[in-house]
Ligand binder design. Structure first.
Ligand code: PLP
Length: 385
């Protein structure tokens, strides 16, 4: 694969490329600027050629493909009956909250958090309890378990939205961390809603561990979401996977879903099947390229953006940049948009502990990333000269 090849995405109604004015380089919303695996394109072409798009069942072998792949990659093998489909992970998380909580209940979320984790509880009339991740001296993030448990007890929390790998910090939680979280949740009867959408984008010696794989009693109170959307760059097609190993919980989930959320479209499922079945060789090459981008960024930042701190993400194609010590007068996202013409996500959207941060999506061609860094560097030099 030639991941350096650039494509015109503005002409395809891309959210990423059409949100900001044309002279802005967009490195924000979490999709990548790469074509998906050729195997996915071939499967879609073949299905489109048939020309009839009536109602369809999910591909009969898809659940088996998903289960076998989870076994291969993460040592977890849910039964095929425990696998179902939703269009998006965000819609899945919203449904899961409605399945496990009653209006007035409380949900706990680690912050900084992917913004829909704040809006999902709110739209289900649930209290969102923010549990701030704490930063180590090197800027890396960890859970404050004591505070996590205290908040769960005090606020009578019913559900925990876990994001692993974590967006925006790029943490890939260890087995010990996940066990500790799960023990606390089990102790207080808190259902875990685990968003593992970034589980395939993992670097170095880090390993993604599905929290439900840790023990049957954890699996019994967990709803897990995965998707091919980040892994294979299929976000606009909308096919995601829900894994629920407790039949009663699955029934509650299906009850709130029925008649309101349909399954993914047949083209989305065609793409998902091809990606999960035949896309992993492409993924291995992608991971090399993304790691190259991540490492290049870490290497040049001290010189190009002095004062900006970034802990190398362990997973995801997202870098969480701390501008607090740069001494800018205003908000760094606005500064970079106006002065560098680079479009990033504003850390503020990720909760109050994201103030002074921006999120940068490095799932793009190295030349684009490099141009963005040059623009940011020049803008910073202009104000700190
Ligand atoms: C943690 C996380 N969950 C969910 C999503 C989006 O999921 P979907 O588009 O399938 O709703 C994203 C996209 O950025 C994400 O980072």
């Amino acid at each position: 694969m030639n991941f350096d090849q650039q494509f015109d995405r503005r002409s395809t109604e891309s959210v990423k490329w059409n949100y900001f004015p044309e002279d802005v380089l967009p490195l924000w919303v979490a999709d990548m600027d790469f074509q998906c695996p050729p195997e996915v394109l071939a499967a879609l072409h073949q299905r489109v050629e048939h020309g009839i798009f009536g109602y369809g069942f999910p591909p009969a072998d898809l659940a088996e493909i998903v289960a076998a792949r989870l076994q291969r990659r993460h040592g977890w093998r849910p039964d095929v009956e425990q696998i179902s489909y939703v269009p998006g992970v965000v819609s899945g998380v919203n449904l899961a909250l409605r399945a496990v909580c009653q209006p007035g209940d409380a949900v706990i979320v680690n912050t900084p958090a992917y913004p829909p984790f704040f809006s999902a509880p709110e739209s289900a009339n649930l209290l969102c309890v923010c549990n701030p991740l704490v930063q180590n001296a090197d800027g890396s993030y960890a859970l404050d378990f004591e505070r996590f448990e205290d908040q769960i007890q005090q606020e009578k929390v019913n559900a925990f939205i876990l994001c692993n790998p974590q967006n925006p910090t790029g943490r890939v939680f260890t087995r010990e961390e996940l066990l500790h979280m799960a023990e606390i949740c089990l102790r207080h009867k808190v259902t875990i809603i685990s968003d593992e959408i970034h589980c395939d984008i993992i670097f170095d010696q880090n390993q993604h561990i599905p929290i439900a794989s840790l023990a049957p009693e954890i699996a019994a109170d967990t709803i897990t979401f995965i998707a091919p959307s980040k892994t294979f760059n299929l976000a606009g097609l909308y096919a995601s996977v829900a894994i629920i190993q407790n039949a009663e919980l699955a029934e509650s989930f299906n009850r709130v879903k029925r008649g309101i959320i349909s399954g993914p479209s047949l083209l989305a499922l065609t793409a998902a099947r091809a990606a999960y079945k035949d896309g992993d060789a492409w993924l291995e090459e992608l991971l090399v390229y993304l790691k190259g981008n991540r490492d290049w960024l870490a290497e040049v930042l001290p010189e190009k953006l002095p004062g900006v701190r970034c802990c190398k993400p362990e997973g995801t194609f997202l870098a969480w940049l701390d501008w607090r010590e740069v001494g800018l007068e205003g908000n760094p996202q606005q500064f970079l948009l106006k002065e560098a013409r680079v479009g990033l996500n504003d850390g503020l959207e990720y909760g109050s502990d994201g103030v002074g941060f921006v999120r940068l999506n490095f799932g793009t061609q190295r030349a684009i990333l490099s141009e963005a860094v040059e623009r940011m560097s020049a803008a910073l030099r202009r104000v700190t000269r």
